[in-house]
Design a protein around this ligand. Structure first.
Ligand code: CP3
Length: 344
């Protein structure tokens, strides 16, 4: 048995005070993050320099005492390891070489070739696993195939994932080859993170909400199920968190359909709805609106209590509904944690 509160929740245990961590807990709202990022030079150098990536992974643990650390890396390192060019434009976000034809696909590497590029990430995992306090759980992660594919196909973030939907409809055979390559590569990537010391893995499907009906089943549910099934064969005791962001009704049954141990919720669903329709099947994570980390005050306190109480009848990991934003105030993070942990 474990004493780690995150692992207890993922094992299905209901706790009076739910454990907490925060998406993008290492990020630009923290002065210590900004200092280490400046030392690294740029974002990708930070991701690929194990000592510095480990340092920013640990900073929010030291400062706030979160119950989990999440590996510092990015979901777009995997396409880079598969051969895509990747760079970040300051103030705008990621750019990648696009993949829109069979000829582009033929240039991609295979799942067995990714580790050369990604080995610094595994080194980061080893350092963090060694240095983390014994009560803190270590979460590794990857992007879900659909979400990663949306960036690879468009070459950048897009408001509606239009280019990826166009390829899905216009050249479905090529689209499915991309999804399949990402699915098998994600399994190898997460397998290596686990071997290096990750205790939990999370699959980020940030754009799952733009897949509707049958497309949601084929490109959000099925890849998550394949990844989960294979990882469970290799590592039966490593819990998996799925995050089909903005899936709406697609959250219903997601535990059972994919085999994930926990479903992470965005803040577009109410805690009442999610407790009745999703938490009944297992652990949930979420789902405070990230803007509370900017506004703080009584509104933050009330909503933290509301979420804690609404999910109090089952396993719950407290988190935001999406990543904390650069304009957030670190004092509001402290207030969120203190409110959550107040005597109930
Ligand atoms: O949560 C953590 O603290 C762990 C590290 C982490 C990062 N990105 C660091 C990061 C994780 C888990 C991610 C996941 C990620 N990356 C997702 C899925 C989750 C989500 O937010 O929906 C996506 C879609 C990406 C792709 C990505 N990376 C974008 C679109 C951007 C630019 C937008 C932005 O916030 O600047 C990034 C950059 C990025 N990844 C930053 C961080 C801390 C900011 C970069 C910087 O320091 O300049």
């Amino acid at each position: 048995m474990t004493n780690k509160t995150i692992l207890k929740a993922l094992n299905g245990e209901t706790q009076a005070v739910p454990p907490i961590w925060m998406m993008r807990q290492a990020g630009r709202y923290l002065p210590d993050y900004k200092a280490t990022r400046a030392q690294a030079g740029d974002f990708l150098s930070l991701c690929y320099t194990p000592d510095l990536a480990a340092e920013v992974t640990l900073q929010p643990i030291r400062r706030f005492g979160f119950d989990a650390a999440i590996l510092f890396a990015d979901i777009l390192l995997l396409p880079q390891a598969l051969g895509a060019d990747l760079w970040f434009v300051t103030g705008e976000g990621p750019r990648l070489s696009t993949i829109t034809s069979d000829a582009d696909f033929a240039q991609m590497k295979s799942k067995d070739d990714i580790h050369e590029t990604l080995s610094p990430v595994y080194e980061t995992v080893k350092i963090v696993a060694r240095e983390l306090p014994k009560e803190t759980t270590f979460i590794g992660f990857a992007g879900a195939p659909w979400t990663v594919a949306t960036y690879m196909i468009a070459g950048r973030g897009t408001p509606d994932q239009g280019p990826a939907h166009a390829l899905r409809e216009g050249n479905n055979a090529l689209f499915e080859k991309i999804i399949d390559l990402l699915t098998v590569s994600t399994i190898e990537y997460l397998d290596m993170q686990i071997k290096a010391g990750a205790e939990v893995v999370k699959i980020f499907d940030s754009w799952a909400g733009s897949l509707k009906g049958d497309a949601f089943e084929k490109y959000a549910v099925a890849p998550a199920r394949k990844i989960t099934t294979e990882l469970k064969k290799r590592h039966p005791n490593v819990p998996i968190i799925g995050f089909p962001r903005e899936a709406g009704d697609g959250y219903i049954g997601f535990h059972a359909k994919t085999g994930v141990d926990c479903v992470a919720l965005d803040n577009s669903v109410s805690p009442e709805w999610a407790a009745a329709n999703v938490q009944k099947d297992g652990c949930v994570q979420g789902n405070l609106k990230p803007s509370h980390m900017v506004t703080g005050g009584q509104g933050l306190i009330d909503e933290v209590r509301h979420i804690r109480e609404t999910f109090s009848k089952g396993p719950h990991i407290f988190n935001l509904g999406h990543g904390i934003t650069p304009d957030a105030d670190p004092d509001n993070v402290t207030l969120m944690i203190e409110t959550l942990r107040e005597t109930v």
